[in-house]
Structures are given as structure tokens and as C-alpha cells.
Design a binder for this molecule. Structure first.
Ligand SMILES: *[C@@H]1O[C@H](CO)[C@@H](O)[C@H](O)[C@H]1NC(C)=O
Ligand SMILES: *[C@@H]1O[C@H](CO)[C@@H](O)[C@H](O)[C@H]1NC(C)=O
Ligand SMILES: *[C@@H]1O[C@H](CO)[C@@H](O)[C@H](O)[C@H]1NC(C)=O
Ligand SMILES: *[C@@H]1O[C@H](CO)[C@@H](O)[C@H](O)[C@H]1NC(C)=O
Ligand SMILES: *[C@@H]1O[C@H](CO)[C@@H](O)[C@H](O)[C@H]1NC(C)=O
Ligand SMILES: *[C@@H]1O[C@H](CO)[C@@H](O)[C@H](O)[C@H]1NC(C)=O
Length: 429
């Protein structure tokens, strides 16, 4: 930066070079990081050496190698290279207890040393998920806990709900040199959680290739919910009709029960129940009625109803050009559709009423139009009446009228006045 510090820096550099040149023998080492179970190479180098011996010793100050001579009986420790410029040893099958400060000594007078720290990474064990006792019931609060032992430094745990990350609560405890990490997830399960996979992944420096993970697939039991799907939309006499009882529940509600107007199906020759489906081979007008499908499991019962109305078969003309014998709503699927039954709703959907609804709408529209027209007429007549009878209002009305130059202004001014508004109302009653 400034000249002074630059000068000092230059001096130190020159001094360093001189020192090396003159008495210049230094052991040079590097810190080493190794994963538990791996092999660590400890290298000590000297740039200038007059055949002075190098030595490696462990954190307990025991000599491992003195030059190429092995000093400690430990099969895991081997010589890699020994020369006047280098002493490299390897420690295989490293354990956490191998961690510490290693010393390389150069036996000059005086002895020069360099220290290298061997860091051993603890590999996290395969995580385990617990806290889930199969199966859960819809509405349950459950806590999934993922735990991994043996990491150093402490591992990170991440949760995924079907590949999408969700946040858990992490807790780290030290046990000896390693850490036990736990992450928990609070869940309020519903039917949408049934079959969902929750995965706990371990993030750690020692896990380079294969990520450690555990997965728990939730099983959630829930009461059935049924729905009737039908085709065709407008059933006609003689036609084939299929009513499908779509039921969802866990455990699966099997079989489903079909009834007509509260009792058993009357004609099992033409009404065929197969699995969840009810099919009519050839519709007859006598088939009119409310069909109900009911599904039950140990958590509850659900039912759906379908009101069948069999229309006349097209006789004279092809169906495409024949106007329907009864008024058919524009979207019969929506109108005649199955209705998932709610115990509180009592189903009574007379298809005849659907036609009447159309007429009713037209009628109501007409009545509303007439009422609006009459109201407008009344307002106009009333306005004229008020203008003619200004005298009455001059006496009855407040401020607005007093300082108005003429009757019209008086009425305008008086608008918004509460008394006037009330008086006006009386005419409408
Ligand atoms: C240690 O050194 C040997 C010999 O140079 C080499 O084959 C090996 O890959 C090294 N191991 C590590 C972990 O660096
Ligand atoms: C170092 O030792 C080797 C062999 O032991 C010898 O040939 C060499 O001259 C020695 N070098 C010095 C600088 O003493
Ligand atoms: C080596 O590790 C020790 C202990 O962790 C640390 O104090 C030192 O700064 C490290 N040296 C280098 C060169 O990273
Ligand atoms: C961590 O330690 C606390 C207190 O000793 C204990 O309650 C908790 O269960 C421990 N957690 C783990 C993950 O071991
Ligand atoms: C409908 O049922 C009645 C009585 O069972 C029968 O007489 C009639 O022929 C049937 N109609 C059709 C179209 O099948
Ligand atoms: C079926 O409904 C139609 C229309 O309401 C009606 O004409 C017919 O008589 C009904 N048949 C029975 C058996 O209820």
C-alpha cells in the first residue's frame, strides 16, 4: 500500500531468502483431511538438505518413522518415500483416534520441526426414520424423526415430501468425537398423504458419491367418499346405461352396495351389478327412480345417489333431429348428474322440475321488467306531482327550500334531506 510497508515487506522477503541460502534447511508439511477408514499420506519435504535425517511422530509424540526406519509397530503405517528431500508415510484404515497434530522433525542443530494436523471426518451412518406406526388415520398428528449417528463434523439432515423439500427441526448432540443429528417433522395427515414418500437425506462432506437417505411411505386410512359416474347423459328407453360407483377410501371399500328407492334392485336380469358398476341392458320407463351406491370401511360410510329418468325412445325421426319429448336442460350431464350424498342433504331432483325451472326464469324476468317499468313511471309522475304542489313542500321542508329561488331548486336542495326521503317512501308503500 504505502511505501513504508512495501519496503518492510521487501526487506523481509530478502531476509527470508538469505536465511534459506545460508542456513536454509526447513521441513515443510501440509495439513491433511481424510475420511474415516481411508488412507492419509503425510509428507514432509526439505528444499536444502545435507543428508540430515527426517522423522515423523504422532500426536502422542511416538516416533513413527526415522528416515526409512520404522519405529512404531503398527501395520497401518507404512513408508511411501524416503530420500534426503522427503519423508512420506501413509496411515491406512484411519480412525477418529488418529486425528491430531503430527510432527516432522529435521535433526539439524538445533532440531527444526513442522506440524501437520490430521483431520479425520466421521462418516454419518445410514439415517433411520421412526415415529410412524403404520397406518395413520386421517386427522392424526404424527412426528417423523430421522436420526444419524457418527458424523464429524455434524451432518445436516434434509426432508423431502415426494422430492419436494420441506423444513424439519434439527437437533445436534455430541457423543464422543462424533455427533448424533436428529431432525423431526410434524405432520397433520389427511387422505392426500396416503402413499406419500417422505425422504430424509444426509448432507455431509464425507459423503461424496452416494448420499445416505431413508424413505418412509405414509399409509393413511380414511373413510370412503363415493361418486356416481354415468353414461349416456340422457337415458332413453331401450338404451344401455352404465352407472359407475367411484369410491375412494383406505382400506378400499369393497364391495359397494346398490339400492333402488331404498330397497334391493328389483330386476336383476336387466340390472347387472359387476364390481362397482351397475349396468342396465335395456332401459325401461319402470326403471325410473333413485339409485344409491353405498361404500363402507371401518372408518365410515359414504353414499351417492343418481335419479334416473327414462325418456321416451325416439320413434318417428332419427334422434339427432327429434326434439326431445320433454324439455331437456342445455347441459343434462350437469343437471341430471350424480350427487355425492351428504347426510344433511336430502336428494329430490325431479327432472320435470328442470323444465319448469326454465319457464319460471322467463316468467320471473317478465315480472321484474314490468315492476321496473311501473316504478319508473311512478317516479316520473311523482316528480311532476311534487313540482306542482311546491307550496306544501315549502312549508314542510327544511333549509333547502327556504333559500331556494324557485320550487324546482327547492326540491333539488331538499334532496338528501332525511325527512323528504321518508315522505317520498310513503308514496311507494
Ligand atoms: C499416497 O501416496 C501413494 C504413493 O504416492 C499414492 O499411490 C496414494 O494415492 C496416496 N494416497 C493418498 C490418499 O493421497
Ligand atoms: C548424502 O548421502 C549420500 C549417500 O549416503 C552421499 O552419496 C552423498 O554424498 C551425501 N551428501 C551429502 C551432502 O553429504
Ligand atoms: C493446520 O491445522 C491447524 C490446526 O487445525 C491450524 O492451526 C493451522 O493453521 C493449519 N495450517 C494450515 C497451513 O492450514
Ligand atoms: C440430546 O441431548 C438431550 C439432553 O441430554 C436429550 O434430551 C436429547 O434426546 C438428545 N438428542 C439426541 C438426538 O440424542
Ligand atoms: C317395460 O316393462 C314393461 C313391464 O315389465 C314391459 O311390458 C315393456 O314391454 C317394457 N318396455 C320395454 C321398452 O322394454
Ligand atoms: C317415469 O317417469 C316419466 C316422467 O315423469 C313418467 O311419464 C312415467 O310414468 C314414469 N314411470 C314410472 C314407472 O314411474
Amino acid at each position: 500500500m504505502n511505501l513504508k510497508s512495501h519496503l518492510i515487506f521487501t526487506l523481509y522477503t530478502v531476509y527470508g531468502i538469505l536465511l534459506k541460502g545460508i542456513s536454509g534447511q526447513y521441513p515443510l508439511v501440509q495439513n491433511v483431511t481424510v475420511t474415516e477408514g481411508g488412507t492419509a499420506n503425510m509428507t514432509c519435504r526439505v528444499e536444502y538438505n545435507d543428508n540430515t535425517s527426517l522423522q515423523w511422530s504422532n500426536p502422542a509424540q511416538q516416533t513413527l518413522f526415522f528416515g526409512d526406519k520404522k519405529a512404531l509397530r503398527d501395520n497401518r503405517i507404512e513408508l511411501v518415500r524416503a530420500s534426503w528431500a522427503e519423508l512420506t508415510i501413509s496411515i491406512s484404515d484411519v480412525t477418529l483416534s488418529d486425528e491430531g497434530m503430527y510432527t516432522c522433525s529435521l535433526f539439524t542443530m538445533p532440531v527444526r520441526t513442522a506440524k501437520a494436523y490430521l483431520t479425520v471426518l466421521g462418516v454419518p451412518q445410514k439415517p433411520e426414520i421412526d415415529g410412524f406406526t403404520k397406518p395413520a388415520v386421517e386427522g392424526d398428528h404424527i412426528t417423523l424423526t430421522c436420526m444419524t449417528h457418527g458424523s464429524k463434523p455434524a451432518a445436516d439432515l434434509r426432508w423431502f415430501r415426494n422430492e419436494k423439500e420441506v423444513k424439519g427441526a434439527k437437533e445436534v448432540n455430541a457423543s464422543g468425537k462424533t455427533f448424533t443429528v436428529r431432525s423431526s417433522l410434524q405432520l397433520h395427515v389427511d387422505r392426500n398423504d396416503d402413499g406419500v414418500a417422505y425422504t430424509c437425506k444426509v448432507d455431509h462432506v464425507a459423503l461424496t458419491q452416494t448420499p445416505q437417505q431413508a424413505t418412509e411411505v405414509l399409509e393413511v386410512h380414511y373413510a370412503p367418499r363415493v361418486e356416481i359416474v354415468h353414461s349416456p347423459a340422457v337415458p332413453q328407453e331401450g338404451q344401455y346405461l352404465k352407472l359407475e360407483c367411484v369410491s375412494k377410501g383406505n382400506p378400499s371399500p369393497d364391495p359397494v352396495m346398490w339400492t333402488k328407492d331404498g330397497s334391493e334392485l328389483p330386476d336383476l336380469d336387466r340390472m347387472i351389478v359387476e364390481g362397482r358398476d351397475l349396468t342396465f341392458t335395456s332401459l325401461n320407463k319402470t326403471d325410473n327412480g333413485t339409485y344409491r351406491c353405498e361404500a363402507t370401511n371401518h372408518l365410515g360410510t359414504s353414499s351417492a345417489e343418481y335419479i334416473l329418468y327414462v325418456y321416451d325412445a325416439p320413434t318417428t325421426l332419427p334422434p339427432s333431429t327429434t326434439p326431445p319429448p320433454h324439455p331437456i336442460p342445455p347441459d343434462p350431464t350437469a343437471q341430471l348428474g350424480a350427487r355425492a350424498s351428504d347426510p344433511t342433504v336430502t336428494g329430490n331432483r325431479d327432472p320435470n322440475a328442470l323444465g319448469q325451472h326454465g319457464t319460471d326464469h322467463a316468467l320471473i324476468g317478465g315480472v321484474v321488467a314490468v315492476v321496473v317499468f311501473v316504478t319508473l313511471c311512478l317516479i316520473i309522475v311523482l316528480g311532476r306531482y311534487l313540482a306542482r304542489h311546491k307550496g306544501t313542500y315549502l312549508t314542510n321542508e327544511a333549509k333547502g327550500a327556504d333559500d331556494a329561488p324557485d320550487a324546482d331548486t327547492a326540491i333539488i336542495n331538499a334532496e338528501g334531506n332525511h325527512a323528504h326521503a321518508e315522505e317520498k317512501k310513503e308514496y311507494f308503500i
